[in-house]
Design a binder for this molecule. Structure first.
Ligand SMILES: O=P(O)(O)OC[C@H]1O[C@H](O)[C@H](O)[C@@H](O)[C@@H]1O
Length: 547
């Protein structure tokens, strides 16, 4: 953030506040403050964000609101919803919100109404999904499709993978499978268990040039053609892309090609035709509920005042931990097994959006930007990496997600344990255990005074470690839509505070270019000469291993 923007002083003051807050701790804020949960939580219907277990005081929060205003957050948000070309490095509007809009939202991309196009594609997806689900759209040799394989990567994979797992209780269509990695092991392992005669492939790629997806698509094509003949290919493939000309060149019929637009970023695209596998799995009505949930969050983000606005609060707290408290990573821990792929989804959403070091003004940023995002579901994580969260030398803010009601009513004892564990972890992170408490526990357990003295420091927990909890009634399509949109907007909010463009991803290009150049070297058709010594050494070692 450049001083010319006037942000320098505000960031310095907030960093001082962050340091003071660290010294004050979190526990102290709860003492004599029985209302802290009410004062430091906000809700959209049943969806609640509790950020009371952070070191924020009411004054810190006011300072963050002032900073957000100074950064022009609300104006930038309004510009996004108005379809301005806020993706400045690519000259594009950013309008994934239009994919879940209603006609009255009147979304326009750079002045052109997009609602009809969105509705047309949704209608085409609905006809196709209904046809596949009912058996009306049949495989080449008759019968019905039992399995659908989505071939895509990044934004053309992670969203559908995450959402189809999250909504497993709503599946009433064919089985879903996903192939993303160019490693042949991925497609080989998936197709091994499938019958080509009843398998449909979706080729999903915004650009329809991504080498991994094109390679897997060609292999899938052979899988069908070898088993059923070239003439069967048309019946067993469909595609999703913004590049419909390239889809046609691949040989996929126009009627089976579902488009979207350059104002939809890959990592924001699961609401578009990229969501086709989700729609096939849960049906068009449930898919509409998913969109409606996201729209509810959009409306809330647009209009709720800052102190009750979930994406703004989540973004401000995220920025506070990253910049004012200098925490380089954050953990996303869903206590909801069906959100197991949410951390991976969030890694792309957050790190591809906010992993930038150049600001909107073209200058190097002056503060840290996006944190490393990582996580696994609870309770599994407790038995793996929570040791570091509780006693490691780095403070990692944790974001817990928790549903009150599971889809398995006959397993209520599991759900009670799950909830108790989630609450216990955030309580333990915040409260910790003092040296004296550790000593007394050891003595009470019959250890000698000497032993208690020696071991107690290892059993002390500093506490004062921040966490947020996002609580919801149950993980249904509407709620999943709200949660994903909440995180999309949070990433946007943080980007405005960092002063960066969240909507490009030039950082992924270089590796792709180098891979193209290295392919002939790996194949033995070109020499590695002139490359760095490490690459030459590895190329030679690989060729020796291959014999
Ligand atoms: O959908 P595609 O055009 O195949 O792109 C798939 C992915 O590849 C790229 O490398 C980008 O970094 C991602 O943002 C994108 O989602």
């Amino acid at each position: 953030m450049a001083d010319t923007h006037g942000y320098g002083a505000a960031v310095r003051t907030l960093a001082e506040r962050g340091e003071a807050a660290r010294q004050r701790g979190i526990k102290a804020l709860f003492e004599g403050a029985p209302q802290r949960f009410d004062a430091f939580s906000a809700a959209l219907d049943d969806l609640t964000l509790d950020y009371s277990k952070t070191a924020l005081s009411a004054d810190d929060r006011e300072a963050l609101f002032a900073f957000a205003r100074e950064c022009g957050l609300e104006e930038r948000r309004d510009a996004m919803f108005a379809g301005a070309r806020i993706n400045a490095t690519e000259g594009r509007s950013v309008l994934h919100v239009a994919l879940r809009g209603r006609p009255e939202d009147n979304y326009e991309a750079a002045g052109v109404y997009v609602g009809d196009d969105v509705e047309d594609v949704l209608a085409a997806m609905t006809r196709f999904s209904d046809g596949i689900r009912s058996g009306e759209i049949a495989p080449a040799r008759g019968g019905r499709f039992t399995d659908v394989v989505n071939i895509g990567i990044g934004g053309s994979d992670l969203g559908p993978v995450m959402a189809t797992l999250a909504l497993a209780p709503y599946h009433d269509g064919p089985r879903l499978h996903f192939v993303s990695n160019v490693d042949g092991a991925h497609i080989a392992d998936i197709v091994r268990g499938l019958d080509p005669a009843t398998t449909l492939f979706i080729i999903a790629s915004k650009t329809f040039t991504t080498i991994e997806t094109m390679t897997n698509a060609a292999t899938a094509r052979r899988f069908i053609a070898d088993a059923l003949g070239e003439g069967a290919v048309g019946a067993h493939f469909c595609a999703v892309s913004t590049a419909l000309d390239k889809v046609a060149a691949f040989g996929i019929d126009e009627a089976r090609a579902f488009g979207f637009w350059d104002w939809v970023g890959g990592r924001y695209s699961l609401w578009s035709a990229i969501g086709l596998p989700i729609m096939i799995a849960i049906g068009p009505d449930r898919f509409r509920e998913f969109l409606a949930g996201a729209r509810a969050m959009d409306q809330h983000f647009k209009s709720a005042p800052m102190d009750g606005n979930l994406p703004i609060l989540l973004g401000l707290v995220g920025w506070w931990h990253r910049v004012a408290q200098d925490c380089p990573s954050r953990a996303v821990i869903p206590y909801d097994q069906r959100l197991a792929r949410l951390p991976a989804y969030m890694q792309q959403l957050d790190m591809e959006s906010n992993g930038k070091h150049v600001g909107l003004d073209g200058e190097r940023v002056k503060t840290p930007t996006g944190p490393v995002v990582w996580g696994e579901p609870g309770t599994n994580g407790q038995h793996a990496f929570f040791q570091l969260l509780h006693q490691g030398t780095d403070v990692v803010p944790v974001e817990f997600l928790l549903g009150a009601i599971s889809h398995e009513p006959e397993l209520q004892d599991h759900q009670d344990l799950l909830i108790a564990n989630c609450l216990a972890q955030s309580e333990a992170l915040m409260k910790g255990r003092t040296l004296e408490e550790a000593r007394q526990q050891l003595l009470a357990a019959g250890r000698s005074a000497d032993e208690a003295e020696r071991i107690a420091p290892h059993r002390e927990f500093s506490g004062n470690r921040p966490s947020l909890t996002i609580l919801y009634r149950t993980l249904d399509p509407f709620t999943l839509g709200r949660i994903i949109a909440l995180y999309e907007h949070r990433v946007f909010v943080e980007a405005q505070l960092f002063g960066i463009n969240a909507f490009d991803q030039w950082g992924v290009e270089l590796g792709k270019e180098l891979a193209t150049g290295l392919l002939p070297v790996v194949r033995g058709e070109a020499s590695a000469e002139g490359r760095d010594a490490s690459t030459v050494g590895l190329v030679n070692a690989i060729s020796t291993l291959k014999g």
